[in-house]
Write a new protein. Structure first.
Length: 394
């Protein structure tokens, strides 16, 4: 088949600037390159770092880049915004889509894949005979979405990364047979605790006696990091319980100077060296830091659709403490994770869960073994294979 892929319009593909959704795209593009399944063209925003990327040497995957950052393109974007007031997304994203469609309409694609941007269908519907497939990693299509019926009806297939998202789409149509769930995967070869690590505990002021919890992800309110700091404050009598916070407020941003990050640092100040903020760490180095940890804590207080941090922690054999929100319960089992309700007792229960694992190393060992076994279900190869199998029936 001949397939076009429309990206987020924010970050480039290949994922030279990171981004979970962009990394997932790289996974099945790599699989397509290996298996030679389809002729695929990716429409991506331009970034200078893509020019020498090995992915561009593929014979079956092609990359069409759209400039959205130069002075000329910025002028064009503002002109576009002036004449297009009624748009689904931000004008910069819609400008990217407009530029991509100028090329797409000249080609005869069998499928146009809208990657986490179902709202693109408002612009595309009726302008091409290609079948539209939505690939959803977030809760972006439900009965509250603008023009939800038009967007839903335009799709030939809707692939979600969790049953949570699939069920949100089904708020539009209870009997939606065009919706399927394909769990995303990770690169298990890299998230392997047997690999040598470049980072040691002493490099970041930790000792072998410390019980290290790791939080990895965007340092934002919905990720529950403030509640985790509050739980740490409740564990003041346990000086060897340490928290390693990996991440920043947005991809590639290491300064942590936004208001929430400042409030977080102030909340953590009384704990001094018991909480270590690393700032942004490149994705390729995350496994090294996971090797340092005893437990992974993912305390999301929002309906996190399917956080890869949970999958990564399990692949490294870490017990998980998380919440019953979004798609998280689909990623774990009672043998691999302690799941908490985000109710009025959340902080207290979070502290108790941490203390429970701290005081019971035998429980941690059992959870670690179960986590390693569970992680084998979430390989990037399985994800890509199931994804392309789903496209075959469109």
């Amino acid at each position: 088949m001949k397939i076009a892929i429309l990206t987020s319009g924010i970050l480039p593909v290949p994922a030279v600037q990171g981004g979970a959704v962009e990394n997932f795209l790289d996974f099945f593009l790599e699989y397509n390159d290996q298996q030679k399944l389809h002729d695929i063209t990716v429409y991506s925003v331009y970034h200078p770092e893509v020019e020498n990327h090995t992915a561009l040497k593929s014979n079956v995957n092609h990359y069409y880049y759209i400039d959205v950052t130069s002075f000329v393109s910025k002028v064009k974007k503002h002109i576009f915004a002036f004449f297009h007031k009624d748009i689904h997304y931000h004008y910069s994203i819609e400008f990217y889509l407009h530029q991509a469609m100028r090329h797409i309409t000249k080609c005869n694609y069998d499928i146009i894949l809208l990657n986490n941007r179902p709202g693109y269908a408002e612009t595309i519907a009726g302008k091409t005979t290609s079948k539209l497939v939505y690939n959803l990693y977030n809760d972006k299509l439900n009965y509250q979405t603008r023009n939800f019926q038009l967007i839903y009806d335009a799709a030939s297939l809707i692939i979600s990364t969790s049953n949570y998202i699939t069920n949100r789409v089904r708020t539009i149509n209870d009997y939606a047979n065009k919706c399927i769930t394909i769990y995303s995967g990770i690169e298990l070869q890299k998230f392997n605790r047997e690999l040598p690590s470049k980072v040691k505990r002493e490099d970041i002021s930790l000792t072998s006696d410390d019980f290290v919890m790791m939080f990895s992800g965007r340092v934002t309110q919905e990720k529950g990091i403030m509640e985790l700091i509050e739980a740490m404050n409740m564990l003041g009598n346990y000086p060897h319980i340490k928290l390693l916070v990996i991440g920043s407020s947005f991809y590639g941003n290491s300064d942590n100077k936004n208001d929430f990050a400042k409030a977080l640092i102030a909340k953590a100040a009384p704990l001094k060296d018991r909480i270590i903020f690393t700032g942004f760490i490149p994705y390729s180095e995350i496994p090294c830091y996971l090797q340092i940890a005893n437990v992974a804590v993912i305390p999301s207080v929002w309906d996190d659709p399917f956080p890869t941090t949970v999958l990564e922690a399990q692949a490294m054999g870490l017990p998980v403490i998380s919440t019953r929100r979004g798609g998280i319960p689909e990623e774990v089992t009672p043998e691999t994770a302690i799941l908490l309700d985000t109710d009025n007792h959340f902080v207290e229960n979070l502290a108790n869960a941490i203390l429970n694992l701290y005081e019971h190393p035998e429980k941690r060992r059992a959870m670690s073994e179960a986590a390693l076994k569970r992680s084998k279900l979430f390989s990037k190869e399985r994800y890509a294979r199931e994804f392309f199998e789903a496209l075959e029936v469109v």
